[in-house]
Design a binder for this molecule. Sequence first.
Ligand SMILES: C[S@@+](CC[C@H](N)C(=O)[O-])C[C@H]1O[C@@H](n2cnc3c(N)ncnc32)[C@H](O)[C@@H]1O
Length: 216
Amino acid sequence: MRLLRRLLRRSPRTLSSTDAYEKWADSYAAHAHNPLMAIEEKAMLALSPNLQDKIVLDLACGTGRYAVIAQEQDAAQVVGVDNSLAMLQSAKIAQVGLSTTEALPLATASIDVVLCGLALGHLPQIDDSMREISRVLKPNGIALISDFHPFQYLSGARRTFHAADGKVYNVEHYVHLVADYFRIGQSLGLSMTGILEPSIAGKMPVVLVMRFQKSS
Ligand SMILES: C[S@@+](CC[C@H](N)C(=O)[O-])C[C@H]1O[C@@H](n2cnc3c(N)ncnc32)[C@H](O)[C@@H]1O
């Protein structure tokens, strides 16, 4: 009993995504700021089409890491959407919307490329978000989605951050397998056309990076 109490005291508290990003926003840079993000970004860019002249949605944009990249690649228009006001307030994107990924304030078939970095794992189910991605994409449009690799979570790794109060917190996370993404995508006219599972120093994969193409 005493051991259990000691273990519980030591493990960081898990915050909901909204509470976590409220605390994290001030220090969340709009560029890859840890090895996992660096390797994820490299894989996302390896699977990404050229964004020049494209209409790009940075979905669950946070402080706008992928929006900045799209702007640097001369995208015709870049929109960022996130459900954390604090993150959006720190974002450097001209067009932002406060919205959940599950009900987007965007017209059907209006987007060429959706970039969604490390966000869908915070949701218990991804069906509605995938449906919205499919809805807003133009025919033949591309979606790039990354997630914390299921192997990591299932082996006990957690998504953590150091808050300004000096504490470490976990952020809520749910496992979605490649097969889940594949099956849900297929049912929505989104074919998985690329997948990378990069690892650091030859160890277990750290992220899952997937490319989907909307049917014509
Ligand atoms: C790990 S951060 C990634 C931010 C950015 N995509 C990046 O890669 O730098 C996850 C982001 O997902 C957002 N998020 C989580 N659940 C969301 C939801 N249901 N709808 C919209 N945004 C969500 C969080 O607010 C946070 O900004």
